[in-house]
Design a protein around this ligand. Structure first.
Ligand code: SF4
Length: 445
């Protein structure tokens, strides 16, 4: 065995010289490769990959989301042609294995923490012949001591130089069951927690001062295990951090003490999944939101009153949505006190109940996977034609991400901090909205 190469296919590319987020899962998998085997992480967001160097004796692991699976396929086919062993993992391989299998020697179904080392052994022993078609994790891994990021990987990544936001995971899972969500099909509905001392140790060893939590619903831990959250915030408050952000739900508004503790722990913003301002969509929202604008507005005010910022996450195109829903969404964005906004298009990702419903009703459009980026219409809507829904969404994005709106929300966000921190917080106050604008504009050319 010559080496292990872990690849993240291109998605966002660089922004002002750096990639948005570090390839966290690959960093953890690379850390599980035995020290005696050379390992490399290739991130196509950072540079053009030296694909011509892949050859016999290389084990090539490719992670991919549904939206970049076509690029993953190109890389996988080339690697196989050049004689390397190819394994595909990640969300798409887990949720649509029959597709991923068509262009890899092996696929991973599940998290891979149990089976990754098995595959390395199989490949080391017998090369491609030793690779099984499917490696499946049969149970959810306990997060205690799992895949600790090694010093070898920390050194290799140079996160300060290469990435705007290092990623970090603290908890995993979500007990909700939103009809459009892939996260729970990949990470399970039982909440799992990393030991706090392991989290703190990882932050210190990586030397990161800001991070984005990959946890799909960190905020739900406020109600599931408030003691864990309080202890975590106490420990994070002692670190010299510039700030961090996480994904949450609006129920955090009911926990002002924890919110204040999170602020003392350097948390800048919660990305809160309100999802809709149309109450007729409530059955799609897994019990976390009733889709009522007034309730969402009150939650935003309550969270911001503790000094923590709120990024509102909204999904458009539910079956109950009408043209009036888009106007209501814009009215809400315009008048709410949000720090930043994300409005995405409902997307029927593999493995979700929403996709199954569309298949049953013959409403899936024949679109390339690259359009599964939450900015395209990929199914036949109920109350619109495809063109009408696309135009309504474009209208909302143009309004939401106009320069004047971005400046207005950015200034509101910046005012939350004392003047002494203004220069440090300026980038984060504007970059979230700017990033969404870039995504929308780039994907609609
Ligand atoms: S609350 Fe968020 S993570 Fe949980 S199921 Fe709904 S969309 Fe997925």
């Amino acid at each position: 065995m010559r080496r292990v190469v872990l690849i993240r296919p291109r998605r966002d590319g660089r922004i002002l010289g750096k990639a948005p987020g570090s390839p966290y899962t690959l960093m953890r998998l690379a850390s599980l490769v035995p020290e005696e085997i050379p390992v490399e992480i290739w991130d196509e967001n950072l540079y053009d990959l030296p694909l011509e160097t892949m050859r016999e004796g290389d084990l090539i692991g490719i992670t991919s989301m549904t939206t970049d699976i076509e690029r993953a396929e190109v890389i996988a086919r080339r690697a196989m042609k050049q004689g390397a062993g190819v394994v595909l993992g990640g969300v798409h391989a887990t949720l649509l294995p029959e597709h991923a299998q068509t262009f890899a020697h092996s696929i991973f179904i599940g998290e891979g923490y149990f089976t990754w080392q098995q595959l390395i052994q199989d490949f080391a022993a017998e090369g491609i012949q030793g690779m099984k078609p499917i490696y499946r994790d049969e149970e959810w891994a306990d997060l205690h001591g799992i895949a600790t990021i090694s010093d070898r990987v920390i050194k290799m990544m140079d996160e300060h130089k290469n990435y705007w936001s290092p990623y970090l995971e603290i908890t995993r899972g979500c007990p909700r069951n939103c009809s459009f969500c892939t996260a729970i099909r990949v990470s399970g509905r039982r909440m799992r927690f990393r030991p706090i001392d392991e989290v703190i140790d990882e932050i210190k060893r990586r030397g990161i001062r800001r991070f984005f939590l990959t946890d799909d619903n960190f905020g739900i831990n406020f109600s599931i295990d408030p003691d864990y959250c309080a202890n975590l915030f106490d420990a994070l408050a002692k670190l010299d951090l510039d700030g961090w952000t996480c994904q949450s739900e609006m129920s955090i508004a009911k926990f002002p003490e924890l919110l204040e503790m999170s602020k003392a722990a350097h948390l800048d913003k919660h990305f809160v999944g309100f999802e809709s301002v149309n109450p007729h969509n409530r059955s799609e929202l897994g019990g976390k939101s009733k889709g009522v604008a007034q309730t969402a507005g009150e939650a935003i005010r309550a969270i911001r009153s503790t000094g923590v910022g709120v990024v509102g996450l909204f999904v458009m195109g539910f079956d109950e949505d009408t043209p009036e829903t888009f106007q209501a969404m814009w009215d809400f964005i315009r008048t709410s006190e949000l720090d930043s906004v994300s409005t995405t298009m409902l997307t029927p990702f593999p493995g979700t109940p929403f996709r199954e419903e569309l298949i049953r009703e013959n409403r899936l459009l024949d679109m390339p996977w690259s359009t599964y980026d939450t900015a395209h219409v990929t199914f036949q809507p109920k109350n619109f034609t495809v063109d009408e829904l696309r135009s309504a969404y474009d209208w909302l994005c143009r309004k939401t991400y106009s320069p004047s709106q971005i400046v207005r929300r950015g200034m509101r966000s910046l005012w939350r901090y004392p003047l002494s921190q203004a220069s440090k917080k300026a980038f984060g106050s504007f970059s979230t909205d700017y990033g969404y604008r870039r995504t929308y504009a780039f994907r609609n050319v």
